[in-house]
Design a protein around this ligand. Structure first.
Ligand code: OSB
Ligand code: MG
Length: 372
């Protein structure tokens, strides 16, 4: 049984090693809300909220998630008895619309606490079957095709098993084609973060012969219908990211043919229960999934790596090692990747499998609020 007696919210500011540009904006430092959870048994763990400063990915932002956590999420959790973490999602959905990123921070933390309480690795708790997970890198939009080619070269030399190229208007066909010409057999894909409309079908047709693994979220962030029309014109599979906010949207994608692959980000879909439900549905319907990333710290990364150990995570995830993002992460040991482009799931340690560095977090903290 789980019974949370205290939730502590912390906002930290973690500077990125280099700015990360997507079609809808640029990030140079992350504002991250961390949630520390204490169970009546004495077990503790942490969750991470993936919302960023600006509403350029989905509507959730740090400054909406913090008050939602305080006023609406925490009161539904504190003091209440849960038989298992799988019960938390329904409790957070009942008469409570949206705000998935705030919900997910606590919902995932509950899985972390349960793993600690039982003394088992998080990946085991959720039924993960892999000991190693394949890692991909997400490369931000570059100034020139030549600069992109050098970034791709570096990523492939490090061993990454998938290279995702961020594209946007005017930074698309020439960029992706240059990367393909330089690396004819590399596992490449492109992520548009909603930069296009159906008027741009020709842009995608121009990239359709480049042998890309997929086009991620070409059209509007909340669209399902138009993606089905676009997919009819393309042999390259469409992968939905932003549009898949819950199991029903994944079902809609399959019903309408809006895509053939799903990027699961637990923060976007409200946590682990929802992620696992989408994973299972996709597995039954022949839809491969992979784990997306939101430039998480080592805490959020622990959850993503555990999730990616489930069997239908059949393509490399955006789960780069700590050193790709941060001069120093907030956990030890930091997440690393082998030269073969895989990361080992920490199955030899209970809970998240890493130690949270409280001193480092204290140094980075800009506000704290304790709820009980
Ligand atoms: O669309 O997948 C995306 C980062 C921030 C917002 C949206 C996205 C991304 C990434 C980064 O692609 C993936 C990572 O964490 O390495
Ligand atoms: Mg994406």
């Amino acid at each position: 049984m789980l019974q949370i007696v205290r939730l502590t919210l912390r906002e930290i500011k973690l500077p990125l090693k280099e700015p990360f540009q997507i079609s809808s904006g640029t990030m140079s430092a992350r504002r991250i809300i961390l949630v520390e959870l204490e169970d009546a048994s004495g077990a503790t763990s942490w969750g991470e909220c993936v919302a960023d400063d600006a509403p350029n990915y989905l509507p959730d932002v740090v400054d909406s998630c913090w008050p939602m956590l305080v006023r609406w999420v925490a009161p539904r959790i504190l003091g209440r008895r849960f038989g298992a973490p799988g019960e938390v999602h329904a409790q957070l959905e009942d008469g409570f619309r949206g705000h998935n990123m705030a919900k997910a921070a606590v919902e995932m933390g509950m899985w972390g606490v349960e793993a600690e309480r039982l003394g088992i690795p998080l990946a085991r708790l959720i039924g993960g079957t892999r000991e190693y997970v394949d890692v991909g890198i997400s490369l931000g939009i570059q100034a020139t095709p030549e600069a992109l080619v050098e970034k791709v070269r570096g990523a492939l030399a490090q061993g990454y098993r998938k290279v995702k190229i961020k594209i946007g208007r005017g930074k698309d066909v020439d960029f992706v084609r240059a990367a393909r010409q330089a690396f004819p057999d590399a596992p490449l894909m492109a992520d548009a973060n909603n930069a296009y409309t159906l008027d741009d079908i020709d842009t995608f047709v121009a990239m359709d012969d480049l042998g890309l693994m997929m086009f991620e979220q070409p059209l509007a962030w909340d669209d399902i219908v138009r993606h089905a029309e676009l997919q009819k014109h393309l042999k390259t599979p469409i992968c939905l990211d932003e549009s898949i906010t819950n199991l029903e949207r994944a079902q809609d994608m399959v019903t309408l043919g809006s895509g053939r692959i799903i990027n699961i980000k637990p923060g976007r879909v409200g946590g682990f229960s929802s992620s696992i439900a989408i994973h299972d549905f996709c597995e039954s319907n022949g839809i491969p999934v992979w784990c997306g990333g939101m430039l998480e710290s080592g805490i959020g990364r622990a959850y993503n790596i555990a999730l990616a150990s489930l069997p239908n995570f059949r393509k490399p995830g955006d789960i780069s090692p700590s050193a790709r993002y941060w001069a120093r992460d907030i956990i030890t040991p930091e997440w690393t990747m082998g030269a073969d482009g895989t990361t080992r799931v920490p199955l030899d340690r209970p809970g998240l499998g890493v130690t949270v560095d409280r001193d480092r977090i204290d140094d980075l903290t800009v506000r704290v609020e304790s709820l009980s």
